[in-house]
Design a protein around this ligand. Structure first.
Ligand SMILES: [Zn+2]
Length: 360
């Protein structure tokens, strides 16, 4: 699928809404706290809150990996019309450039009940951070999360936002890079893929150096994030596992561990279904609540313990090079591996309004 560029009117409308304060869509910081929070319809009017940020994000640990992966597919990479691996990674390929497994998108940081709206790539302080795609810098500095320029209490610390030159289904795409030690760009500057926009740090609410990376559309707002593992190109020969896990009633099963075991090597990956939170969104096509990127092609066993059953449920899936493998789990019907039905011609993202949202 070709990235779309014809979103200028929408974009201009959004920008003008931005400069006039966005009215009702400034994020409420505490929305990130899951416990006892009602499900928030993220297009609903949300009023700013003076509640101070009270969380610090975990420090991703060094991962016990062999520290080698194949080169990435060229971007944009899309094997099907509904795939959208449009972005490069913000960290160079000679370093760990994959998301920390401990705290993926939709993950809940143990003991803090914070739903994660991006992925974390742990790298040493000072590591260059690169633009994931071509675009224009629309934010630099403190205050990105709270949408309050200069807010030194902002948990994202020194952060940069890029408005990309291309969109998705006529919707504007943004990427976010947070916790920088230093920035290398100014607002209005155009950057190309791979251009250094800043350096890894630990500014904001974090206890150690890493880059927090987000993909947002159609608005540059905390409530419009999507799983970056569905947007960054996989290593060549590797693929991505995407799942939708539902109970008997068709409700998403939250925060359950799913074990993915390689038939060839015995390597075990554990991925957790998304936690609950108005800031965590499923892809409009896949409607997933689980993504495990960077899997070498091959056969895998997918297993998990459903409800309080005595035995694990399991199925087998095949990961194909450069592709998404999709599965569902639905209560007593169990696993299925069909792709989602092809949307009709008037397909629009199910969870998003079809027109621009910010009401000035
Ligand atoms: Zn993060």
């Amino acid at each position: 699928m070709k990235p779309n560029k014809s979103i200028l009117p929408l974009l201009l409308l959004f920008l003008s809404a931005c400069s006039s304060g966005i009215g009702g869509v400034t994020p409420t910081p505490v929305i990130a706290i899951v416990a006892d929070q009602p499900e928030v319809a993220f297009e609903a009017g949300i009023t700013p809150s003076p509640v101070p940020f009270q969380f610090s994000l975990p420090t991703p640990g060094a991962e016990p990996v062999s520290a080698w992966r194949p080169p990435l597919y060229p971007i944009p990479w899309a094997m099907s019309a509904y795939d959208h691996f449009y972005f490069a990674r913000p960290i160079a390929a000679d370093m760990v450039n994959w998301p920390s497994a401990d705290y993926r998108y939709g993950g809940v940081f143990f003991g803090r009940s914070i739903v994660h709206t991006g992925v974390d790539i742990p790298t040493p302080e000072g590591t260059p951070i690169m633009a994931a795609g071509p675009g224009t810098i629309v934010w630099t500095g403190w205050g990105l999360f709270s949408e309050t320029p200069g807010n030194q209490d902002d948990p994202y610390g020194l952060a940069v936002a890029i408005r990309h030159d291309f969109g998705y289904n006529d919707q504007q795409l943004y990427t976010i890079y947070a916790h920088m030690s230093m920035m290398n760009v100014i607002v209005g500057q155009h950057v190309e893929t791979g251009e250094v926009i800043g350096f890894v740090g630990s500014t904001g609410a974090t206890t150690g150096p890493h880059v927090h990376f987000e993909v947002r559309f159609p608005h540059n707002s905390f409530f419009y994030t999507y799983n970056p593992e569905l947007w960054i190109a996989p290593p060549q020969g590797w693929g991505v596992l995407v799942g939708r896990m539902m109970n008997e009633k068709g409700e998403l099963i939250q925060q359950v561990n799913v074990t993915v075991t390689s038939e060839a090597t015995g390597d075990i990956f554990v991925v957790r279904t998304y936690g609950k939170g108005g800031a965590v969104n499923s892809d409009p096509y896949y409607n997933e609540n689980l993504v495990l990127g960077d899997l070498p092609a091959g056969i895998y066993k997918v297993s998990f313990r459903y409800a309080d059953e005595a035995k694990d449920r399991q199925t087998w899936v095949e990961i194909f090079p450069g592709q998404v493998t999709y599965f569902t789990f639905h209560g007593k019907d169990g696993f299925a591996t069909e792709r989602p039905p092809v949307p009709t011609l008037d397909f629009l993202p199910s969870a998003l309004p079809s027109t621009s949202t910010p009401q000035p």
